[in-house]
Design a protein around this ligand. Structure first.
Ligand code: ITT
Length: 187
């Protein structure tokens, strides 16, 4: 395995910490890079992540950028790529209100990790299926975690889990694990 670290460009420390733990389990060091960038609006997370990646100057370092969102099935995948904007405008309470009297509460978290090493650009996806909770539960994690119940869990929201428990199931952990496996295989 190549010894030098990979840099994750993100303004979100929660995302960085989760990704760092997953990569550390695979023996890969992930460092944090703050960036100021324009985030485009697009329907596919991969387009957003790759656009963000291209805004990070190529100085020879290996870079990853991740874009993620929550997709609510009964609303055709809303808010998806607009998850940050929707959370900032209507909050978790607003999302729960949208789900009032809705029976099918299926949703998924999706993540795309875009990786660059010189001319090589690859992306890796991770998905976790679950449902929107009836109320806000837990104070762990960030963003939509207190209202998302993963199907493969024990009924708790991500907000009620510790970092290790969330990382065992999460979209982000899955995407970063795929990156880690690809890196390991290509060494
Ligand atoms: P970047 O600087 O890396 O872009 P960000 O916070 O803007 O950080 P994203 O665009 O990837 O991150 O994510 C959009 C929003 O989706 C994010 O602000 C959260 O509200 C939500 N989100 C993403 N992953 C989440 C997770 O694991 N748990 C809860 N909410 C999440």
């Amino acid at each position: 395995m190549r010894g030098d670290r990979i840099w994750m460009a993100t303004g979100n420390r929660h995302k960085y910490r989760e990704a760092q733990e997953v990569m550390a389990e695979m023996g890969i060091a992930l460092a944090h890079m703050e960036i100021n960038r324009v985030e485009i609006q697009a329907d596919d997370l991969a387009d957003i992540a790759e656009y963000s990646l291209k805004q990070v100057r190529d100085d020879g370092r290996r870079i990853v950028v991740e874009d993620a969102g929550i997709f609510i099935d009964c609303y055709g995948g809303f808010p998806g790529p607009y998850s940050a904007y929707v959370l900032n405008t209507i909050n978790l309470q607003g999302i729960l209100k949208l789900m009032d009297s809705i029976r099918g509460r299926d949703a998924s978290f999706q993540s795309v990790v875009a990786y660059r090493d010189g001319d090589c650009i690859r992306h890796f996806r991770g998905v976790v299926k679950g449902r929107i909770a009836d109320c806000i539960r837990g104070t762990g994690g960030f963003g939509y975690d207190p209202i998302f119940i993963p199907d493969e869990g024990d009924g708790r929201t991500f907000g009620e889990m510790n970092a290790e428990e969330k990382n065992a199931l999460s979209h982000r952990a899955r995407a970063f694990r795929s990156l880690g496996e690809w890196l390991t295989d290509s060494e």
